[in-house]
Design a protein around this ligand. Sequence first.
Ligand code: TYD
Ligand code: MG
Length: 454
Amino acid sequence: MAKIKTTFYCQNCGTQHAKWQGQCSSCKQWNTLVEEIIEKNETKDWKSKDITASHKRLSKPHLIEEIEYEKQKRFKTNNTELDRVLGGGLVPGSLTLLGGEPGIGKSTLLLQVSLQLPYKTLYVSGEESLQQIKMRAQRIGGDTHNCYILTETKTQHIFRQIEQLNPEILIIDSIQTLQTDYIDSSAGSISQIRECTAELIKFAKETHTPVLLIGHINKEGSIAGPKILEHMVDTVLQFEGDRNHLYRILRAHKNRFGSTHEIGIYEMQGEGLREVNNPSEILISKNQEDLSGAAIAATLEGLRPLMIEIQALVSTAVYGTPQRSTTGYNAKRLNMLLAVLEKRAGFKLGAKDVFLNITGGINVDDTAIDLAVIAAILSSNEDIAIAKDICFAAEVGLAGEVRPVPKIEQRILEAEKLGFASIMLSGQNKISKGKYGIKILFVNKVEEVIEHLF
Ligand code: TYD
Ligand code: MG
């Protein structure tokens, strides 16, 4: 088979080299040379027999109003959390990349989805043996009539199998293990990943098969792969969470067919991942005792209301410089709120250590949780517990004013549904109190929060 021509480019300055060398002779950087293709071979089509195909499909310009469009039917995955994040299922011919740290549960999620799918699915694994996958499938359980497993890493061999099997959905675990014959470099290198993905894109677009790819990412999130992959694929999903935590969050970082605001929540159990359809229940601790330093915020993740518990600990600083530390919340925003409390409400927090934690290991950047953060800090500082049946939803401004937040109705309804007795909002929220079963407390300044709570 004719090999295609490749050359080595410096990733730093772009200089071309005939062969690999440790240091770029132009910019003197080390380890920046990467093999790239310079001359494409016609047979590189995913269906290599069909050489003339690409000539037949020469594309022409079209007037936009003449382009025919019918709403595409999506492939529902039967996994409500995944469907929500995707924006309503898999789009025919789309490439979806699922990234995440090792051991977070990417293979588990996609195998579980394959076992639930009502379509003929091919799960290609370059990482595990058939026996290992079978063991995992037994652990997860589920309907296995439609799911085929292939352990293979050569893309050309995979495509031969696909032509025979004709799967409706293709899953690849993982893109870093794939290798194409047309490039010499080892699996996992930038050029291999790019070429294999390009072949898969071509395959997906020509056959209208949705393809799901697993991609590895390291702690810095910068290793060869996912970053360049992100530009090529249609949807990038990230599976996150603490490996020691039970909860996993699925987020869309890029989505050509839906919003990127939705999240899916799963719980890792002995028998695979359980979908968490009512996340508020898990995020609020079941602790019955009244403890100081905890407040509940009514936040939104995408369109979904979410009640989260904020915990604060305020204590006298042991060392000269007080510590400020946050988990799941922006540290700069915490410093801002502390300054507001100091300046506008007269609390001397400058000499205190302040720790802030959002339970459940999730990251929140909704400013509507500001009021709950302030309430938790004050509660810990005064050592007086806040009643368990009150929640908060408002932003706090630099002048100590309590500001309204969007989609307030959804937040109120969620709080009401979960049995909260009252919710504290900004006085500027234009809502009629009588409409809801829950008691609504309006505040306009942080000082008023203190009067209400203590
Ligand atoms: P895995 O899907 O292999 O992670 P990744 O593909 O992202 O590297 O899953 C890793 C962890 O999940 C592993 O440490 C074991 C755990 N696990 C469970 O807790 N329950 C289960 O049912 C399964 C299949 C895995
Ligand atoms: Mg895996």
